[in-house]
Design a protein around this ligand. Sequence first.
Ligand code: FES
Length: 126
Amino acid sequence: MTPARQSDTLSNVTSTTRGAEKDTVESGGPDATHTVAVHDGREWHELEVQHGRTLRAVLREYDLSPHGWVTEHVNCDGQGHCSACAVEIEEGADDPEHWLDAFLSGRDLGRLSCQIEVTQDMALRV
Ligand code: FES
């Protein structure tokens, strides 16, 4: 059963950098976007995201931060060291390459959103 999703279309996405976190928009035509469905604990939001963006940066940009009220300010700024940006991926992420992301994923403890590039349609819970 597909949950009801609130449409939240992203237009004019630009590249952003938060601290040392890489967030590069790759060039491409109009097909170089992906739909990212995000459940924030209350409802689904549907975002159109340019290919190659870092998931954590996108989530924060849309006020769907993966962080809690403390870890929003106390985190490793996307370096892959703290695990405070973990999200529950339901579908659509590439296999983890970063050691901590792989460690958490292998124990069903979530994925590090700072280590995931949006390369396909995705669904996740923050
Ligand atoms: S922000 Fe620290 S691991 Fe992602």
